[in-house]
Design a protein around this ligand. Structure first.
Ligand code: RP5
Ligand code: MG
Ligand code: MG
Length: 279
């Protein structure tokens, strides 16, 4: 696979820590590189030992490459290597070791709900792109509070949680602000979206995410699933409201020129092609 780009961003997110620069030809662990000396960094939020984070390796030696209690430490990409008790990023060197901002050593599992509808004009007709002549898809996008980039409203899989639950919960929290809703409002939101999320979604990606928070020992993985409102009268009619780690939320036209968080654009490309939409 192509060498990760965002996981080698010069300055680690939320910090002043600079990664040890890793050129493309030195990403692979199998390429000998004695001079490699990655910076050690684990964010203060993680060092404070919140419930969602692992402690430092040493006294702590979890069951890697398997289900460890209710925490899934298996990778979607197959077994990963352990070196000096620490898991090695399966996509190679990142210039930084430790947990960074991530809670788990090894894979940190997320789920990404890609909710789409067709773009329509004021008369309800589907809009076709002037260049491709293909109908234009729109997806629900959030502006992340941590970095200001537009992204799919995804989030971490809680220990023991089923992916299908994570997809619906994260969409509700980030795009419908369910965390701030009263119990009765929350129930209404749930009712409106359950049908869409219970329908068979189209899985468009499963695996490593080129996330800027990745380190040599901790990385993001996701399952991205597309839920499509074909007729435009399901989720399309719900009022969007940003919540939790989202600062803004909006329907955005799907197009290859978008600039999105991590490798989310790659997931959308698959959605557009599968649905025969403009790209
Ligand atoms: C990305 O980070 C995933 O694709 C998902 O969108 C997101 C999950 O992390 P948080 O939104 O919980 O920070 O790697
Ligand atoms: Mg979230
Ligand atoms: Mg999120």
């Amino acid at each position: 696979p192509a060498a990760p780009v965002k996981a080698r961003c010069p300055v680690y997110p939320g910090s002043d820590t600079r990664r040890f620069p890793v050129p493309d030809d030195k990403v692979d662990w199998d390429t000998d590189w004695p001079q490699y000396s990655p910076v050690k960094y684990t964010a203060p939020t993680v060092l404070k030992k919140p419930v969602w984070a692992d402690p430092e390796i040493g006294a702590f030696s979890p069951q890697f490459n398997s289900l460890d209690g209710s925490v899934d430490r298996g990778s979607h990409e197959g077994p990963y290597r352990i070196q000096n008790g620490k898991p090695l990023n399966p996509h190679g060197r990142t210039g930084l070791e430790g947990q960074g901002l991530l809670g788990r050593w090894g894979p940190n599992h997320a789920a990404d709900p890609i909710v789409t509808r067709w773009k329509r004009d004021s008369t309800g007709q589907r809009v076709h792109h002037t260049n491709s002549q293909l109908p234009v898809l729109q997806f629900v996008s959030i502006k992340r509070l941590d970095c200001g980039e537009w992204a799919i409203p995804g989030g971490m899989v809680d220990p023991g949680e089923r992916i299908s639950q994570t997809l619906q919960r994260e969409f509700s929290e980030e795009a419908l602000n369910s965390l701030q809703a009263s119990p009765s409002e929350r129930e209404k939101i749930q009712k409106r979206i359950t049908e869409l999320f219970d329908s068979a979604g189209l899985q468009v990606y499963k695996g490593y995410v080129d996330d800027p928070r990745n380190t040599d020992n901790a990385w993001m993985e996701t399952v991205a699933v597309n839920f499509h409102d074909e007729s435009g009268n399901s989720v399309s009619e719900l009022p969007l409201q940003a919540g939790d780690d989202a600062g803004q939320v909006s329907w955005i036209d799907v197009d290859s020129s978008l600039d999105l968080y991590a490798n989310h654009l790659h997931f959308l490309e698959t959605v557009a092609k599968e649905r025969n939409a403009h790209w």
